[in-house]
Design a protein. Structure first.
Length: 147
C-alpha cells in the first residue's frame, strides 16, 4: 500500500477488469479533483493524485490484505483528513477574516502561514475525494463478493 503523507491509501498500478457494476478506477472524479488541485502547489502531490485516479481498483484489491481491513483503514483515514480539512479551514478563515466565502488558493507558492494552511485544506479535500471514491468502490466490490 502506498500512502502520501497519510493522505492517499491505495496502490498506483494498472490492471483492467470487465466488471461493469463497480468502477475500474476513479477517473470519473477528474474534473472535481482538478478544481481542488488548483489550490495545491506541491507538484508531487498533484502527480500522485492524478495517477491514483487512473489506478486499477481491482488490482489494488488483489494486492491488499483484504477488503474489510482496507475499508476499515480508509474509514479512519477519511476521518483524519476531515479533521485536517476542518482545522485548516478554521485557521485560514480566522487569519483572512473570511467567515463565509469559499477559500481561495494563493496564486503562487508563497511562504506565508495562510498560503500553507489553504494548501493543506485543498490537499485534505483532494485526498478525501480520492479516498471516498476508493472506499465506495471497495464497498461495491465487497458487495459483489470480492474478499
Amino acid at each position: 500500500m502506498i500512502m502520501l503523507t497519510g493522505a492517499l491509501a491505495f496502490p498506483f498500478t494498472a490492471w483492467a477488469t470487465d466488471d461493469p457494476a463497480c468502477p475500474n478506477n476513479l477517473a470519473h472524479l477528474t474534473e472535481e479533483m482538478e478544481a481542488l488541485l488548483a489550490g495545491v502547489h506541491a507538484k508531487e502531490f498533484k502527480r500522485t493524485i492524478r495517477t491514483a485516479l487512473h489506478a486499477s481498483i481491482p488490482h489494488a484489491i488483489e494486492r491488499a490484505d483484504g477488503i474489510n481491513a482496507h475499508v476499515a483503514f480508509l474509514q479512519k483515514e477519511i476521518q483524519h483528513q476531515a479533521r485536517v480539512e476542518t482545522s485548516a479551514e478554521l485557521i485560514a478563515r480566522d487569519v483572512s477574516n473570511n467567515p463565509h466565502n469559499p477559500l481561495k488558493p494563493c496564486k503562487r507558492p508563497e511562504e506565508t502561514g495562510y498560503c500553507h494552511t489553504v494548501e493543506r485544506y485543498f490537499m485534505a479535500k483532494a485526498s478525501n475525494l480520492a479516498n471516498r471514491g476508493f472506499l465506495k468502490a471497495l464497498e461495491c466490490y465487497r458487495q459483489d463478493g470480492y474478499r
